[in-house]
Design a binder for this molecule. Structure first.
Ligand code: CMC
Length: 426
């Protein structure tokens, strides 16, 4: 294998070094290209561009492989816990028992919010989308926790990371409670991360709340499945925002804003709404025809990187069945989803385009069965992805090659011209 690519422009040859990772495609290092050739590369949508070096997550989209720090997502979902995966993503290795105990304590004892913070929610309309509330509330954290926003101090970075992982469930549960008009439920430090979150969402002061181990485990697994996903749009947003030295809480708020889009995290809400719209198995062929006629997309299908299958979707589908069985729910939408998947996977339109169900296809049915309204689905995604965002943000600061992100452009607008006064414009 060569260790350089040669590019010839105007008869001049330029050597471009080839960099090798531990696995996955090599990359052509074009950093000196502009200086050497006066040309930029052009890659809107980053379909062929690696924006950074990372040791956190690896995806082989053709083989349907997702690894966090080398560990397959299926094994983590089966054998690990969300907090352990948080430690793994942040620190690079699975924790020892003692390390985990300290980490769990650090997270658990940061779950409360500043009392003044609760008043912040009242500024929102009750019918605001909880993702709008999340974007605002998380951005406001930098106003409340000013002692951990010096991005050049590794200790403060660590405190910020812990605060975010710890407080996100409390904020997310409050965003939910606020829309329902129910009182906020304070965190309980003796409960596990996921159990505490479910309690903050579903307990009411008038009644005792009983946890359901199947639902707690399902919540934890759903968090694991969403924890990180390489340099996706929201993670790249967090890195780009962070590259200027912006406060960590502001960067995560930027990530949340990006995640909300229907092509990204917003797809879980849209996928469920699509299944509701289809309603019955008989309506599937007409709906699929509409997709082929390009009237709309099949939400929860397709992925920029996975061109075989999304390994998270397989675990999600299993979790969906477990939850519905445990709750003895026979959801007609599950039948619609399974039939839609079958029809789409045997149709040349989807086969030719390598479109497979992604994580969002079955998550909506599962979360709905657990009691969440569709508007909360993307919030749960944001909660879980926070650890991925902050791990990637932290890694960026630890990289000596860090530079402010500053893409260039192919300019196709007007060339220089003289200003004409309004009285002379015809
Ligand atoms: N339904 C129908 N056709 C599709 C779909 C879909 N869901 N996704 C892609 N296509 C078609 C697209 O029209 C194009 O066809 P053609 O070549 O004939 O023009 C072809 O497949 C390639 O699509 P693309 O738009 O170039 O692919 P992309 O890599 O830019 O988009 C995607 C990836 C995820 C944005 C897209 O597949 C999509 O919009 N899916 C639906 C939304 C969704 O489920 N998003 C969640 C992604 S997983 C969770 C996450 O990471 O946030």
């Amino acid at each position: 294998m060569t260790d350089k690519a040669i590019l010839t422009i105007d008869g001049k040859s330029v050597d471009l070094p080839i960099m090798k990772g531990t696995t996955g495609p090599d990359v052509i290092d074009v950093r000196k290209l502009y200086a050497d050739t006066d040309r930029f590369t052009f890659d809107p949508g980053f379909t062929s561009t690696a924006s950074c070096e990372s040791k956190i997550t690896f995806i082989d989209g053709d083989a349907g492989i997702l690894l966090h720090r080398g560990y397959p997502i299926e094994q983590l979902a089966e054998k690990s816990s969300f907090l352990e995966v948080c430690y793994l993503l942040l620190h690079g290795e699975l924790p020892t028992a003692a390390e985990f105990e300290t980490f769990e304590h650090n997270i658990t004892y940061h779950t409360m919010l500043h009392a003044q913070f609760d008043r912040f929610f009242e500024g929102f309309r009750r019918d605001a989308h909880p993702m709008a509330v999340m974007t605002g509330a998380v951005g406001a954290l930098s106003a409340f926790y000013k002692d951990s926003i010096d991005v050049d101090d590794p200790v403060q970075r660590q405190i910020s990371a812990h605060r975010l992982i710890a407080k996100m469930p409390t904020i997310a549960a409050r965003a939910f409670k606020y829309t329902t008009g129910q009182p906020f439920i304070s965190p309980r430090n003796n409960l596990s991360y996921s159990e505490n979150f479910l309690r903050m969402c579903f307990a009411v002061p008038a009644e005792d709340w009983k946890s359901n181990p199947v639902l707690t485990r399902a919540m934890d697994r759903i968090f694991i499945l969403h924890a990180d996903h390489e340099q996706n749009a929201s993670t790249s947003t967090v890195r780009l925002a962070g590259s200027s030295g912006a406060h960590p809480f502001a960067c995560i708020a930027a990530g949340i804003a990006c995640l909300w889009g229907p092509s990204h995290g917003g797809a879980n809400q849209e996928a469920l709404e699509m299944l509701e719209q289809i309603g019955t198995v008989e309506n599937i062929p007409a709906y699929v025809q509409g997709v082929k006629d390009r009237k709309y997309k099949l939400m929860g299908f397709g992925h920029r990187v996975y061109k075989n299958f999304d390994p998270r979707a397989k675990v999600m589908q299993k979790t969906c069945h477990e939850v519905l069985d445990a709750l003895k729910i026979d959801d007609p939408l599950l039948h619609v989803a399974m039939e839609l998947e079958k029809i789409a996977l045997s149709d040349p339109y989807f086969i030719d385009r390598k479109l497979y169900p992604n994580i969002d296809f079955y998550s909506g049915i599962t979360l709905r069965a657990m009691g969440f309204p569709a508007s909360m689905f993307t919030v749960l995604f944001a909660l879980a992805r926070t650890v991925g965002w902050i791990s990637q943000w932290k890694e960026m600061f630890e990289d000596p090659a860090r530079k402010i992100g500053r893409p260039r452009q192919l300019y196709t607008g007007a060339t220089q011209r003289d200003f004409i006064g309004i009285d002379k414009r015809g």
